[in-house]
Design a protein around this ligand. Structure first.
Ligand SMILES: CC(C)(COP(=O)(O)OP(=O)(O)OC[C@H]1O[C@@H](n2cnc3c(N)ncnc32)[C@H](O)[C@@H]1OP(=O)(O)O)[C@@H](O)C(=O)NCCC(=O)NCCS
Length: 165
């Protein structure tokens, strides 16, 4: 287990989380700001990639577990990204559609931000967010991140939201 909040646990993703994460990342409505919703193979690669990140960088996106039920309802965590030629620590999050609008992403993201500052000693975290992704922008804004730059990231215009310690 990496982090605990009032309602959530964040722990390393495992291959046995594939079905639960497919419900999160494979949902076409929820993933409308992505090039396409994930299929099973993409979720498998996603889990592999983050398991590699844990070993390589000590961080990655973690499975988001609802304490009351033990169910995996999303992911949230920290990922190193190259943005505008710089290495930036990004907070990312995905929540299953039927569990959205209850503050879970904000709660988990805040815990990750706090971890980045206090445990990892980082001075800045960012989120890369498409301008039209209002829910994601709200999460960032509720946690004190502000737009600092516009960029084209993976061929798509994004805002760089950032907060400093
Ligand atoms: C972004 C995401 C993780 C947010 O998860 P969540 O648990 O619902 O987030 P929260 O409940 O903490 O906050 C959501 C905020 O967005 C707002 N919101 C959601 N849909 C909205 C809409 N259509 N218009 C305006 N505001 C909206 C909510 O009202 C809430 O803000 P508030 O507390 O000020 O009312 C979720 O929407 C998701 O998984 N999206 C798909 C994946 C994704 O885009 N990830 C981010 C990539 S940058």
């Amino acid at each position: 287990m990496i982090l605990e909040t009032q309602r959530l646990l964040l722990r390393e993703m495992e291959i046995s989380d594939l079905d639960a994460l497919l419900l999160v990342l494979g949902d076409a409505e929820s993933m409308r700001y992505y090039p396409k919703p994930f299929d099973r193979e993409m979720v498998q690669k996603w889990i592999d990639r983050h398991r590699h990140n844990y070993v390589q960088h000590g961080v990655g996106l973690w499975a988001m577990v609802l304490k009351t039920t033990g169910e995996v309802i999303g992911d949230c965590g920290l990922v190193w990204q190259e943005v505008e030629g710089r290495q930036e620590l990004e907070i990312g999050y995905h929540v299953r559609l039927d569990q959205q609008m209850q503050g879970y992403a904000t709660e988990a993201a805040y815990a990750c931000q706090d971890y980045a500052f206090k445990v990892l000693g980082q001075h800045r975290v960012i989120s890369l967010i498409r301008p039209e992704n209002i829910p994601s922008r709200r999460v960032a804004e509720k946690n004190g991140l502000k737009i600092v730059q516009e960029t084209v990231w993976r061929d798509i215009p994004h805002y760089i939201y950032a907060v400093e310690r």
